[in-house]
Structures are given as C-alpha cells and as structure tokens.
Design a protein around this ligand. Structure first.
Ligand SMILES: [Zn+2]
Length: 202
C-alpha cells in the first residue's frame, strides 16, 4: 500500500486508510472524531471562474488586432480574421479553414460547452444532454490549438521584424492569456464533473 494512502490522526495517532470523498465532504477519525482531511468544492468553482475569464479574454483576443506592421510609412493592422481572410484570398483556403476552426470555432465551442456544463453543476443541477456535452468536450480538446497559432504568429513576427516595425497589440497578449486559461482548464480531472453530476441527481 503506498504511504500516502495512510493518514495518522493528529489528535490520537490512530492510523486510517484514505478513502475517496465527495466534494464538500470531510473525513473524521474513527476513535476520537477529530478532523482528518476534506475535499472542497473548489475545483468546480475554479473551473467555472477560468471558463468565464476565458470567454472574456476570447472576446478581447478577437476584437483587437494582434500586431501592427509599419514599413516605409505604410501601416497595417493584423487581426485573426484579417489573417484568415488573407489566407483565403491567397488561395490557401485549407490554411484559412484550419486556422478558423482551431483558433476560433473549436476554442469558442469548448468554452461554451464548459459554461453549459459548469453553470448548472455549480447550482447542483445537471444540464440537459450532460453526457453528450462531456463527450463532445473530450473530443474537442485536442483540436483547440490556440498555442500552435500563437507560436506561429511569434515566429512570423521574428522573421519579419527586420523588414518592418512590428508593434504587439492587445490581441496577441489576449491569445497568450487564453492559451494559459485553456491549458489550466484542460488540467482539471473531468471525473470531478461526472461526480458532481452524479451528486446533483441524487
Ligand atoms: Zn483520532
């Protein structure tokens, strides 16, 4: 048995085996009734907070240009959708479609699904079609590639930096924050959500 599976009561030294707790539940000592350990509901709330922050940052990332380029008196702003449109017009429609899907639609759908699942769960309700939404969320995860896009943009900026003056705009910082938020969300164990749904149904 691994050592972390055991816990010693601080008050009477009775040794206990750790068991999985429901969110919000606490384990007490068999012998003296003293508190041993507990599990908070924090994870669900943290995920919801990250989702709401993600939706706000997503809006900002798409509302502002990523960079402005100026060369010989000509100034150009580049936002995500301008890049997609210019790829489309340059007859690299596949690139435009992949960028639009992986940087815009999939992350947006992912955030919308998180909100759809987490808002009712935080109120102890199970959203309609919970299992299907969870399934779709799992399938979407690998296809949301904001970070790949961000690296691509940064590499491009470094390459054209010698040809034009590049100024980073709020859009690119927002995509950076969005990447961090989505990564943090993906780090949570989704079993937590299944369990919360299970408890809400009881
Ligand atoms: Zn005890």
């Amino acid at each position: 048995m691994p050592a972390q599976a055991l816990i010693v009561c601080e008050h009477c030294d009775t040794v206990h085996r750790r068991v999985e707790l429901a969110p919000g539940a606490a384990a007490r000592c068999h012998t003296c009734g003293g508190p041993l350990y507990h599990r908070s509901r924090l994870e669900l709330n943290a995920m919801l907070a990250l989702t709401i922050a993600g939706i706000i940052v997503f809006a900002v990332a798409n509302a502002y240009p990523l960079v402005t380029l100026s060369s010989q008196g000509i100034r150009n702003e580049a936002a995500l959708w301008q890049m997609v449109a210019s790829a489309w017009n340059s007859h690299i429609a596949l690139v435009a479609a992949i960028a639009a899907l992986t940087v815009f639609f999939f992350p947006l759908l992912q955030l919308a699904l998180y909100a759809y699942i987490l808002l009712p769960l935080s109120l102890h309700r199970v959203p309609r079609g919970f299992a299907a939404a969870m399934h779709l969320l799992r399938q979407l995860r690998p296809w949301s590639m904001v970070e790949v896009f961000l690296i691509g943009v940064l590499v491009t900026i470094i390459k054209i930096g010698s040809l034009a003056d590049v100024v980073l705009q709020p859009g690119i910082w927002s995509f950076g924050v969005l990447t961090a938020l989505l990564t943090a969300l993906a780090g949570f164990d989704t079993r937590e959500l299944w369990q919360a749904a299970d408890e809400a149904q009881r």
